[in-house]
Design a protein around this ligand. Structure first.
Ligand code: CMC
Length: 372
């Protein structure tokens, strides 16, 4: 048995949800370029969960269900209020809150198809409110419940900031949510599938996935990018800062990818949005620094930016706190995780690979007082 490091190139499952072929990312066969241009995030959620685009009636029904299930139980607010959360990372908080939702759901362990779909709706509906509530409570503000008949993107910004977002902000977040919604068998999606393949419940699958997304090699990279841009501070410092990272053999957050060879197809949309939004906010320096960093990294290492690189300056321009960037990713990716969880349940088999053993040969137990 020979291990493949990081499971690179290993095909671990079949899936009809999304694919990466020749550096093109598509959801159920629809190119993300097409969806980003034309679809709403709710349409994409429907597409991922039903493997077809909704008609008008089906879309309205999903929107109604999401709206009806978006109100958060008081227990979540009380939980956030009962801890000194100033130093808690929001990803830890939402991971815990999703786990709590599982505790509070009487049907958490009901495993039929309908019950699991309903849990998917409940979770997707509530996750934006969880992120917003955490953000407000840690600032000493009261959490805000969602509006009715409002898109998920708009409601999220409303609950986060306590005021109606501008159409430009809503459109930008909507596009970002579409771009992050699913991504084949990425680390967190794999985690979710491994978890529910034991026939554990939907909440456990999403809790596990949030844990995997949190790491800086995965979703945590977008926060890392903003930290780096802030440290760089201005365009003139960019080259020396990146060269110093190379010298120390540190990774540049937001660059490289396990699967894409010629670039992440999501990055160009976010780059364009970053340019436009930073211009509108009068802070084009974030775009300019990002562009300079991209020039240096692609020249020196031939590594193109991934989805996390320009999303950092996009979220910053939307007035989102930097440590909430990865939670925003989670709000979107919950739709993909849920699609994969539902797909896994449909044709389940325990996921249990092997390990190449590198320890000592069989040895005899030595009683403790005979050991040196
Ligand atoms: N900066 C500097 N060098 C890099 C980077 C980077 N961002 N990415 C890869 N390399 C180098 C790496 O040092 C290695 O060089 P060498 O062969 O000389 O040791 C080579 O490229 C291969 O790297 P790897 O880490 O073995 O590649 P991987 O396929 O295991 O990792 C990755 C992929 C995305 C984890 C990695 O590129 C990385 O750590 N990037 C920075 C973190 C990041 O932006 N993560 C977000 C990924 S995309 C969104 C998501 O899915 O969440």
């Amino acid at each position: 048995m020979t291990a493949t490091r990081g499971l690179e190139g290993v095909v671990a499952t079949t899936s009809a949800v999304s694919s990466i072929i020749d550096d093109t990312l598509s959801y159920v066969g629809y190119d993300i370029d097409d969806l980003t241009e034309n679809a709403s995030f709710e349409e994409v959620i429907y597409l991922l969960w039903h493997l077809k685009l909704p008609n008008q009636e089906e879309l309205q029904e999903l929107k109604k269900q999401l709206s009806e299930n978006a109100v958060l139980p008081e227990e979540i607010f009380n939980h956030f209020k009962s801890y000194p959360i100033e130093n808690v990372h929001p990803m830890a908080a939402i991971r815990t809150a999703v786990s709590m939702l599982g505790m509070l759901d009487d049907n958490a362990d009901e495993m039929n198809k309908e019950a699991n779909y309903e849990k998917a709706v409940r979770l997707q509906a509530k996750i934006p409110g969880i992120v917003a509530a955490f953000s407000r409570i840690r600032k000493g503000l009261e959490p805000i419940q969602p509006k009715k008949d409002t898109s998920l993107a708009e409601n999220f910004l409303y609950m986060l900031k306590g005021k109606d977002p501008s159409p430009v902000e809503v459109e930008a977040l909507e596009k970002a949510l579409i771009l992050h919604a699913d991504h084949e068998l990425n680390a967190s999606t794999f985690t979710a599938r491994v978890c529910v393949a034991t026939l554990s419940d939907v909440y456990s699958g999403i809790t596990a996935a949030i844990g995997a997304l949190k790491g800086p090699l995965h979703g945590g990279a977008n926060e890392g990018v903003m930290k780096m841009l802030t440290k760089i501070g201005n365009v003139e410092n960019a080259e020396s800062h990146i060269q110093a990272l190379f010298q120390r053999k540190e990774k540049v957050m937001g660059f490289g990818h396990r699967v894409y060879r010629n670039g992440d197809p999501r990055a160009k949309h976010l780059k364009e949005m970053s340019k436009r939004l930073t211009n509108l906010t009068g802070e084009s320096k974030w775009y300019d620094i990002s562009k300079k960093v991209e020039e240096v990294v692609t020249f020196e290492k031939k590594l193109p930016p991934n989805v996390d690189f320009y999303s950092a300056s996009v979220y910053h321009s939307l007035g989102i706190d930097h440590d909430l960037f990865t939670p925003v990713f989670a709000v979107s990716r919950t739709s993909g995780w849920l699609a994969h969880i539902l797909e896994q349940y449909e044709n389940n088999r325990l996921i249990r690979p092997r390990a190449e053993y590198t320890g000592p040969d069989l040895q005899k137990y030595v009683p403790i007082d005979e050991r040196i």
